[in-house]
Ligand binder design. Structure first.
Ligand SMILES: [Zn+2]
Length: 165
């Protein structure tokens, strides 16, 4: 229901409606909804990383999660964490002297962001192989299914940053 009221968020008078327990104007609702969509990428990273126990990798993941401005990029289905790891490793190898590479955390974070920020095409990477869960279609699913298909993500398992170096 719409009515002219004071927006709880921006304090302006306008057509407001109840949203998330507040009375908000259209502008503020739109802002909130954009932010909600925008956080989906962060959620994806959390799901993909949910089984990761490798400490160096967890530091990178924490960094990715802190970069909410990157959230939308994290929704790129061409990309995933295991490919990000190979990308980081390939760059680390170039820096290595002998078999040892000492690379500052900040540099690795930069590589990780670079991986998510650029398209695989421009990084000369292939599309990440994503194991699609097989869906079994049933005859009467169209009637009951909601229109918006919710993307489901799956944990990528226990990945590790330097196990293969
Ligand atoms: Zn408002």
């Amino acid at each position: 229901m719409k009515c002219k009221d004071k927006c709880d968020s921006c304090n302006k008078f306008g057509y407001c409606r109840g949203y998330a327990g507040k009375v908000l104007c259209e502008n503020c609702i739109e802002l909130l909804e954009n932010r909600r969509i925008n956080m989906e990428g962060i959620e994806r990273i959390k799901v993909l990383a949910s089984e990761v126990k490798d400490k160096p990798l967890l530091k990178i993941i924490d960094y990715l999660i802190s970069r909410t401005d990157m959230s939308e990029k994290y929704l790129n289905e061409d990309k995933n964490l295991s490919q990000m790891i190979s990308f980081i490793k390939s760059l680390a190898k170039k820096e290595a002297v002998g078999n040892v590479a000492f690379i500052e955390d900040e540099v690795v974070y930069g590589w990780a962001i670079h991986y998510w920020d650029e398209s695989n095409e421009s990084l000369n990477l292939e599309k990440a192989k994503i194991e699609e869960p097989k869906t079994i279609s049933t005859k009467n699913e169209s009637a009951s299914k909601p229109k918006t298909k919710k993307t489901t993500w799956h944990a990528e398992g226990q990945l590790s940053l330097f196990d293969m170096m």
